[in-house]
Write a protein that binds this ligand. Structure first.
Ligand code: F6R
Length: 241
């Protein structure tokens, strides 16, 4: 694993954007695996800037995102598609028909998951997979458990996640109770993995995930077995290693 130390969030975002830009320049028709969450927002903003300046071309890129809430359509402001559209897709010259996320509107979970695996397989898998890191070591919605789940699957959100999300919705009934997420095997099949982490609150989990035991209790620890992982983290996130 390669660790790139950044000064702060801005620096981490620039460094992560450099790696994604290099991937796009080297292979203009590559498949990018993308993440939502707060950590990659700065990197996406950098990519948007570079594209708008004419330095980066997304026209031949395919994207596959890690996850989506079950039950939310693309126009729902809490959906991950909406997030991607706001932060990246809507601001660069990407062909929207080649931007993929699990279909949150598909109520048949097995079908949604099978369809998504097929999309990823037909795209040839991710050349570069971007990942954020959850405080409990989750990647995508692969939460701590007794196993690593290989393929796209439907997860029940924990009571605390549902409660935390409640503030974004009119009532608790509208908060999604489940999500679809890419599985660990699919993530591990990406040719290159870029993990972005920022902040002192992630320092303990960075140490555990990348230097601790490999265990499904810390799902990101499996990344230690991948042969091309780059961790771009700021000093605060790296303060315990
Ligand atoms: C997002 C995702 C999540 C986040 C993780 C970190 O698509 O799959 O695993 O990457 O929860 O989130 P932030 O960046 O908000 O700390």
């Amino acid at each position: 694993m390669q660790i790139i130390r950044a000064k702060d969030y801005e620096d981490m975002s620039r460094k992560a954007a450099n790696i994604i830009s290099a991937q796009i320049l080297m292979k203009p028709d590559c498949v990018l695996g993308l993440a939502t969450g707060s950590t990659p927002i700065g990197a996406y903003a950098q990519l948007v800037k570079r594209c708008q300046k004419g330095d980066l071309d997304f026209s031949k890129i395919t994207t596959v995102n890690l996850d989506e809430y079950k039950g939310l359509d693309r126009d729902n402001e809490q959906s991950y598609y909406y997030f991607m559209n706001q932060n990246l897709f809507g601001k660069v010259n990407i062909d929207l028909s080649r931007t993929f996320l699990p279909d949150g509107t598909e109520s048949d979970s097995d079908k949604a998951c099978r369809d998504y695996d097929k999309i990823i397989e037909e795209a040839g898998g991710a050349d570069l997979q971007l990942l954020g890191l959850g405080h409990n070591g989750h990647i995508g919605f692969n939460e701590p458990g007794d196993e690593f789940v290989a393929k796209t699957h439907c997860v029940d959100l924990t009571e605390s996640t549902i409660k935390a999300n409640q503030r974004f919705f009119a009532s608790i009934d509208e908060v999604p109770k489940q999500a679809y997420t890419m599985g660990i095997q699919t993530i591990m099949q990406a040719k290159k993995i870029l993990v972005v982490v920022s902040g002192a609150d992630k320092a303990a989990i960075v140490k555990e995930a990348f230097f601790g035991r490999i265990t499904p209790k810390v799902q990101a620890s499996v990344l230690q077995l991948h042969r091309d992982v780059i961790l771009v983290a700021d000093e605060a996130a790296l303060s315990e290693i």
